[in-house]
Design a protein around this ligand. Structure first.
Ligand code: LLP
Length: 417
């Protein structure tokens, strides 16, 4: 299924033309499809069949509360990495008892709050963190449900910045350390061993690293069994890579069928982000100027790296299409660049397009790690976000104002003034 399609050379978000959305909400703009989000989540649900499971959407991929609310209504759980994300989930109608708390640097305050809210599980990433969680839960006279994040030392074959399952990465602990941590936790009155988790990276398009990680986790679970430590749930980390340029990726149903077949009676948790929201969003930007020299053609647009940083940060590829493809203008191989004063400020490179000033370009598959990574660099207000469902659409985040950019700043009044 694809919610963003061309009809008579016009790009549509479900049943609404993107040109109409730009007229209504301005540019630049993120547009999301509710139907696509639901479809993607239901694919995970369907793939689990009757096997006991919890889908914990990774909030970091797109944390807009309208997105979280759509998922909460489907019954989704959430993978959170900060108190801010937990509070967002609650504000959006999500349930703490379906939340797992990941991340290497949980603060004492966030641990305390998460315990009080009654989260499903802490995914622990170090021995120090285990001690901290124990001490917080003992001071509250509570029992913290825990899982230990194992780093299986598997090469996820993805961009190094989003690879997390190698010993050189800061995430998780090696199986030997996990074993001793589990033994320690099993003796604690304020910790309850529930699960084991791993997450080896993001945008993984080959299944073999996932299967290798699963093998390592199952080996450790066997070892724990012989120590009388029972693992009730296995959390297999993030979802699968998405197709940015028509490339083949992992079949979710096959992958999850394989996992559930090997899991016996363990409940399976999965923390997909990109595969739920990636293809459910586009970023729309207006061509302000065209500029050519002997070797290059630049389309200077009103969106920039501060709005969508993936191309600059990971050299990632996103398809770029005209929302109203009427083939008028200058043909060329364009670099689509923003107004930010950095040569790394590009959204796409060498794209064969026919462009004229005033055209609108949609950068596709930007629902994940798009708006959430945006900043105010160059004092640029963050853009609007809009949700579409069939024929209806509404603003789910208003465009920031110029005034809001410095409302939290103060003049420094020193004695020399
Ligand atoms: N679980 C944990 C513990 C994670 O750290 C992540 C992503 C996920 C789940 C979700 O993974 P996914 O299903 O989305 O692959 N900004 C980068 C991606 C960073 C991913 C960070 N962790 C990008 O734009 O590619």
């Amino acid at each position: 299924m694809n919610s963003f399609n061309f009809q008579n050379n016009n790009l549509y978000a479900e049943s609404v033309s993107v040109s109409d959305l730009v007229r209504a909400y301005g540019s630049p703009l993120y547009v999301y499809s509710k139907t696509q989000i639901e479809f993607n989540w239901n694919l995970f649900k369907k793939s689990f069949g009757e096997h006991s499971h919890l889908i914990c959407y990774a909030v970091k991929a797109n944390s807009n509360i309208a997105v979280l609310n759509i998922l909460a209504k489907l019954g989704s759980g959430f993978d959170i990495v900060s108190l801010g994300e937990l509070e967002r989930v609650i504000a959006a109608g999500g349930e703490p008892r379906k939340c797992v708390f990941s991340g290497v640097g949980k603060t004492e305050k966030s641990i305390q709050k998460a315990l009080e809210y009654g989260i499903y599980c802490f995914n622990i990433e170090s021995e120090d963190e285990l001690d901290c969680i124990e001490s917080v839960s003992s001071s509250l006279n509570m029992i913290a449900p825990i899982s230990i994040r194992v780093n299986p030392n598997v090469d996820a074959q993805t961009h190094p910045y989003i690879s997390t399952g190698l010993n050189e990465n800061k995430f998780g602990v090696c199986p030997d350390i996990a074993l001793s941590m589990y033994k320690k936790a099993a003796l604690s009155e304020n910790l309850k061993v529930c699960g084991l988790d791993y997450h080896i990276g993001s945008q993984i398009t080959e299944v073999s690293p996932f299967l290798e990680a699963l093998d390592r986790a199952l080996e450790l679970i066997e070892k724990l069994k012989s120590e009388n430590i029972t693992i009730k749930h296995l959390d297999i980390g993030g979802g699968v890579g998405v197709s940015y340029d028509g490339e083949k990726t992992i079949n979710i149903e096959d992958y999850l069928n394989y996992v559930t077949a090997r899991a016996n009676d363990m409940k399976i948790l999965v923390e997909p982000g990109r595969s739920i929201v990636g293809n459910a969003g586009i970023f729309v930007t207006k061509v302000e100027y065209l500029k050519q020299n002997d070797i290059k053609s630049f389309a200077i647009v009103d969106g920039a790296m501060n709005d969508l940083i993936r191309p600059s940060l990971y050299e990632s590829f996103h398809q770029a299409v005209l929302i109203d493809d009427n083939s008028i203008g200058l043909s060329g191989e364009w670099d689509i660049v923003g107004p930010v004063c950095e040569s790394a400020d590009f959204l796409a490179k060498n794209r064969k397009l026919t462009l004229e000033k005033g055209d609108y370009i949609a950068i596709l598959t930007t629902g994940a790690y798009g708006f959430v990574l945006s900043s105010n660099y160059n004092s640029r207000p963050r853009v609007s976000e809009v949700m579409v469902s069939e024929k209806t659409h509404s603003l789910v985040r208003k465009r920031e104002t110029i005034e809001s950019l410095f409302e939290n700043e103060y003049l420094f009044e020193d004695e020399t003034n």
